[in-house]
Design a protein around this ligand. Structure first.
Ligand SMILES: Nc1nc2c(ncn2[C@@H]2O[C@H](COP(=O)(O)OP(=O)(O)OP(=O)(O)O)[C@@H](O)[C@H]2O)c(=O)[nH]1
Ligand SMILES: [Mg+2]
Length: 214
């Protein structure tokens, strides 16, 4: 499929030496888990944190200015009026044992320097992708790989987006065959919750597989 002429090296890739965070695991006794909601500009990160959070989410939105024109890829999000300048924060109890603390990243390139700090201690991430603008999420995928934060890909399906077979999307994003890819509507609480459950399942499977290899 069209990846907008932006090439990502094919899988497998390796994290840059010395950049990997200590391997995190999801132990049965874990109660509070930090989860990132990452992705490119305008892919729906703030929307997802807000739709799924049990508490009123903390947002840091500022009005999107003309400075964005020509800098950010506004195709498909021309109606966007605000942007995250620091982070989003929300919280959801998936069950009595498991509480997720959600940290939404800023999507604009000028705020990417915040990601290193924001991702510290995160056990996993949702990387939101808008299939109309795939390349806008490449950097988020690369950052999660570099920081060694396991992730699932959530395709936030906007109404005018073409439907692509998931294997084509996987190839265009050049992610591991083991990385789950699911479609969602970030505005919908249940749909966003399903994405988070898929992430927790993925973390548990990775943790179990790592245990087997010990
Ligand atoms: N149709 C549709 N619109 C959505 C969906 N998710 C988000 N939007 C809209 O798309 C725009 C972008 O949403 P945001 O949640 O601000 O995106 P973001 O990723 O937080 O953006 P930045 O923080 O600026 O990178 C907003 O106008 C939302 O109302 C979706 O699933 N479907
Ligand atoms: Mg945002």
């Amino acid at each position: 499929m069209d990846s907008n002429g932006f090439d990502r090296p094919a899988f497998p890739r390796t994290a840059a030496p010395g950049t990997a965070a200590p391997a995190a695991s999801l132990h049965a006794e874990s109660r509070s888990v930090k989860v990132m909601v990452a992705g490119g500009f305008g892919t729906g990160k703030t929307t997802m944190v807000g739709s799924v959070s049990d508490i009123a989410p903390l947002t840091t939105e500022e009005t999107l200015t003309q400075a964005s024109v020509g800098v950010d890829d506004l195709v498909g999000v021309a109606d966007k009026r605000s942007t995250t300048v620091s982070l989003d924060f929300g919280r959801i109890s998936l069950n009595e044992q498991l509480v997720l603390y959600l940290f939404g990243t800023p999507g604009q390139e000028r705020f990417w320097f915040l990601w290193n700090g924001l991702c510290k201690g995160a056990l996993g991430a949702v990387v939101l992708v808008d299939t109309r603008r795939l390349r806008s999420s490449f950097r988020a995928i690369e950052e999660m790989e570099r920081l060694d934060v396991p992730f699932v890909i959530a395709l936030n399906v906007f109404p005018d987006a073409k439907r692509h077979p998931l294997d084509e999307v996987r190839e265009a994003l050049a992610v591991s065959p083991r990385t789950p890819i699911i479609s969602c509507d970030a505005r919908d609480r249940l749909s966003s919750r399903t994405v988070l459950i898929a992430l927790i399942r993925h973390l548990k499977e990775r943790s179990a597989a790592a245990g087997e290899h010990r």
